[in-house]
Design a binder for this molecule. Structure first.
Ligand code: CA
Length: 227
């Protein structure tokens, strides 16, 4: 039984937060292993091969962003970053450095669990190369390039489709402006304002109420997430 539970590596230097994470994850049937420093984290990564790394960016011995790069050298294990409220720049840099998602401290257990589930599921999707997305009235078939809302076909411009395709490939995960500009415009230095314009048009076509989107969500200062 326990062998089926995902193993989460908790990297956090503050004992009370580490304890809170261990208790919360344990209560949701995850197995945990803990590290208080970057060096311990890299050692635990080699010895325990966790399914996911939950990473505090403020560690005593190594910069959190440098640690993300070191973890990435080990392979594609999902990384969810714990970051401070208001530190949007650090979140964006962490995501662009290879983190999968972030949770802002202080976090609620439900939010944390949702982020972990999404990151674990996303990794499985990548391995299985899932080529579609269905939620409520919206369905997207990336193989046939079909988008439907209810029974109706939705016609998207090439850019709108490319944005939606990225969101579907990474469903549940926040994509930074830079990621979308790189993948859709092939140019990270394009003004994010263009992206905003196309996302607004995309919402007009796929959201029941474009002013209160339920699928393409804005992560202020960071990017977009499909749910
Ligand atoms: Ca810390």
């Amino acid at each position: 039984m326990a062998g089926d539970a995902a193993l989460i590596l908790i990297v956090e230097d503050e004992p009370p937060i580490r304890r809170l994470l261990r208790t919360t994850l344990g209560a949701h049937d995850y197995r945990t292993v803990e590290a208080a420093t970057g060096a311990e984290a890299l050692s635990a990564l080699r010895h325990h091969r966790p399914d996911l790394v939950l990473l505090d960016l403020g560690l005593p011995d190594i910069d959190g962003l440098a640690l993300i790069a070191r973890i990435r050298e080990h392979g594609p294990v999902p990384i969810v970053v714990l970051s401070s409220r208001g530190d949007e720049a650090a979140k964006v840099t962490a995501l662009d450095s290879g983190a999968d998602d972030y949770v802002t401290k202080p976090f609620g257990a439900e939010e944390l669990m949702a982020r972990l589930r999404a990151a674990l599921r996303h990794r499985l999707q990548e391995q299985g190369a899932e080529r579609g997305f269905t939620s409520g009235e919206l369905s997207v078939d990336l193989v046939r390039r079909l988008v439907r809302r209810g029974a109706e076909d939705v016609k998207l411009s090439p850019k709108e489709y490319d944005i939606l395709e990225q969101l579907v490939i990474h469903a549940g995960k926040v994509l930074t402006h830079k990621h979308l500009l790189r993948e859709v415009w092939r140019n990270e230095s394009v003004d994010p304002q263009y992206l905003r314009v196309y996302v607004r048009q995309l919402r007009q076509k796929i959201e029941a109420d474009p002013s209160a989107p339920r699928h393409v969500l804005t992560e202020p200062g960071i990017g977009y997430r499909l749910v």
